[in-house]
Design a protein around this ligand. Structure first.
Ligand code: CA
Length: 225
């Protein structure tokens, strides 16, 4: 999952990025309202969630929220507000935000809110995802195949999670890359293939004819339903 943070307190943005990356998310941040709105408008398909501060230089969080919703962009937005004012919260939700958090907040609470937002419909109403005999539990970050627990690295887990959120869809390498890695990663070009290979090994998904994760030659990958 990839998250965009728009927050002008750079220290806070930086520490959120670090914390969220430790939890397996790919994170970019911007410190200016106008640049933030532009990023959402241009690249919202790459992001699974936006964390948006209300008081920003350039444009306020309210304005950004309203503008992107008006364009039909439905990426979940979690508002950060420094002021514990009921009016702000109502205004944020009325302007199309999905949730809000009052500063200062605990990192654990932020993680819980993020998980809740990412669980929302349409793709993931259920608390677990299944494909063939593979079960993935997003909250517990656990994966089972045929009842046996599989130990995955954070990136392998995120990769499988992304595939399982889009069963039957052909996902090209650019899509996968943009959801799992941020701009600062100087990863080598075959990183996705390497992760898929490791994932298959761990899932014992080697039998080409009956694979859960199918290779679409020259394009990318598809999770068989
Ligand atoms: Ca601010």
């Amino acid at each position: 999952m990839r998250i965009l943070i728009i927050e002008d307190e750079e220290k806070l943005a930086e520490s959120l990025k670090k914390g969220l990356e430790k939890s397996g998310y790919a994170v970019d941040y911007l410190t200016d309202g106008e640049a933030g709105q532009r990023r959402i408008e241009m690249a919202h398909k790459n992001y699974d969630l936006v964390i948006l501060d209300l008081m920003l230089p350039g444009k306020s969080g309210f304005e950004i929220c309203q503008a992107v919703r008006k364009r039909g962009i439905m990426t979940p937005i979690l508002i950060l507000t420094a002021r514990d004012m009921t009016d702000d919260k109502i205004l944020a939700l009325d302007n199309g935000a999905d949730d809000y958090l009052v500063k200062p907040f605990s990192f654990e609470e932020l993680l819980a809110r993020i998980r809740a937002l990412l669980r929302r419909p349409p793709e993931t109403l259920a608390s677990e995802l299944t494909a063939k005999d593979v079960v993935l539990k997003p909250t517990e970050r656990e994966v089972y195949r045929g009842g046996r627990k599989i130990d995955l690295t954070l990136k392998e887990f995120e990769l499988l999670h992304y595939l399982m959120r889009h069963p039957g869809e052909v996902l090209n390498r650019e899509d996968i890359y943009s959801h799992l890695w941020d701009f600062e990663d100087n990863s080598f070009s075959n990183i996705i293939d390497v992760h898929i290979k490791n994932l298959r090994k761990k899932l014992q998904d080697q039998d080409e004819k009956n694979r859960l994760v199918e290779t679409i030659r020259g394009v990318g990958y598809r999770l068989r339903k």
